[in-house]
Design a protein around this ligand. Structure first.
Ligand code: PNW
Length: 477
């Protein structure tokens, strides 16, 4: 078995927060309850050929009906915090491009009961307002490439803060806008499955705008709440650090994945090199006067999601262009203006997603944020791994590979903290096995196993290990 606990936990402050994370469409099911209308993921997953095995979130983990049992299990394990997301189509099921429409009291009530349950269990909630389940009606009106989506999102965010904010101290506006924009509108391997690089870049801007406008709307209702955003930042390296072409390629991917979100949100600018590099794709005329000021709101924290490193190489046009970053499974690349860049295969070990495991990226990203944005609080809002389950004859689930992954990455967080990065907490992705988007139910990220026939929950060895780590760290206080 892997070593018990990281030796270096003591460098983490006593009030460091240990939690787990989930997202609405991946776990809730009950997709028509309380008048909920379809999201882009309902539509996408019910379109033949889009999701592995035709899987969809109609039932998922049945969390909508089993949330009490799930919170009780979190409490048993000693988890201190829970990052979940609110399904927009439950809250305003009749939103249009022009107006939010009527509020669903039944939709609000589900999250109200969930929050009460969490608080009664002593678990701190962190609410993500958008984890990819865009109301289908807004997609039909243009989706994220359209400005109205950002405007309606801000109104929805203000509404949630007004109606549920008395029990939410920590808001996350968006989860991984990179995925929404480039996988949703570029490669099309995520909902809504569109493949147009100009649309993907318009989506980038309107997601940034949505974040800024929502931050202002939340603060108007809850001036004391902590407001942040979750980004899947890439730890990008050139395949050959001595090759100027590889270094330039790495800089462009860094711009398209990291700086195109960080710069407007934290500095109020778009990176000029990215505006230039994408000028043949779009003229960026969707950026209106005042937008950058609206996006550039003071933030209480940035959430970093990290899974795997990114290595890039300049592509000379000879041979097949390698796309081992896993974003090229569609016919179209996720990356605008990157036909001259490839993603060479990386060394193992790999997770069940085929993602290369390298915990150094975790420290590097946190330390980069600390260097470039000193004083800005950081959370690891997702980190974890998919591995096949090994269910034992006695029903217990052994997942030593996941324990090793978590241990190494938590050690990397502790290392970054020792070097000065202000990391305040860490959320394992995920609490439960769940609907892993285009990969359906085949990929299991949970520290708790879900039997999809019976909906039975079984904490894996990693859940017990994580519970032990939390206990150990708390006992040191
Ligand atoms: C994140 N990629 O998704 C999400 O926030 C979770 O909902 C998801 O379950 C988890 O990571 C594991 O996949 C990603 O292709 C999906 O780079 C795809 C990518 C990155 C993150």
């Amino acid at each position: 078995a892997p070593d018990a606990l990281p030796a270096s936990l003591s460098s983490l402050p006593p009030d460091f927060v240990w939690g787990t994370a989930t997202a609405s469409y991946q776990i809730e099911g009950s997709v028509t309850a309380g008048g909920r209308t379809p999201s882009i993921w309902d539509t996408y997953s019910h379109t033949p050929g889009r999701v592995h095995d035709g899987d969809h979130g109609d039932v998922a983990d049945d969390h909508f009906l089993r949330y009490r049992e799930d919170v009780a299990l979190m409490k048993d394990l000693g988890l201190q915090a829970y990052r979940f997301s609110i399904a927009w189509p439950r809250i305003t099921p009749h939103v249009t491009a022009d107006s939010l429409g009527p509020v669903s009291e039944e939709g609000l009530d589900f999250y109200s009961r969930l929050l009460d349950e969490l608080l009664a269990a002593g678990i701190t909630p962190a609410a993500t307002l958008y984890h990819w389940d865009l109301p289908q009606a807004l997609e039909d009106a243009g989706g994220w490439p359209a400005r109205a989506t950002a405007e309606r999102f801000a109104e929805y965010a203000g509404l949630v803060a007004a109606r549920l904010g008395d029990r939410i101290d920590s808001f996350i506006t968006l989860n991984e806008p990179w995925c929404s924009a480039y996988l949703g509108y570029g490669s099309g391997v995520h909902a809504p499955g569109r493949t147009d690089h100009a649309d993907a870049l318009a989506a980038v801007h309107h997601l940034n705008l949505a974040h800024g406008l929502a931050t202002t709307a939340i603060r108007a209702e809850r001036p004391d709440a902590q407001v942040g955003v979750t980004l899947n930042l890439a730890w990008v390296r050139p395949a050959d650090a001595d090759s100027p072409a590889d270094v330039a390629a790495a800089h462009r991917i860094d711009g398209l994945q990291n700086r195109v979100f960080l710069d407007p949100m934290l500095d109020g600018t778009y990176p000029q090199d990215i505006l230039d590099a994408t000028s043949s794709v779009t003229d960026w005329s969707f950026v209106h006067d005042g937008d950058l000021a609206a996006i550039h709101q003071p933030l209480d924290f940035v959430g970093v999601n990290y899974y795997s490193p990114t290595v890039v190489r300049a592509y000379d046009g000879v041979g097949l262009r390698e796309e081992a970053d896993g974003h090229g499974d569609g016919a179209v690349s996720a990356w605008p203006a990157c036909e001259d860049i490839e993603f060479p295969a990386q060394p193992g070990p790999y997770t069940d997603m085929g993602w290369s495991i390298d915990a150094r990226g975790m420290s590097e990203l946190l330390l980069r944020m600390h260097r470039e944005h000193p004083g800005l609080d950081l959370y690891v809002t997702e980190n974890g791994s998919a591995f096949p389950d090994h269910v034992q004859p006695d029903g217990s689930v052994q997942d030593d590979d996941r324990i090793s992954y978590l241990r190494d990455h938590i050690e990397a967080v502790a290392h970054a903290v020792r070097e000065g990065a202000p990391v305040r907490g860490y959320y394992v992705w995920s609490f439960l096995d769940n609907f892993e988007w285009a990969r359906g139910y085949t990929k299991r990220f949970g520290i708790v196993r879900v039997n999809y026939e019976t909906q039975e929950r079984t904490p894996k060895a990693s859940a017990h290990w994580y519970a032990g780590l939390i206990g150990e760290h708390t006992a040191k206080d």
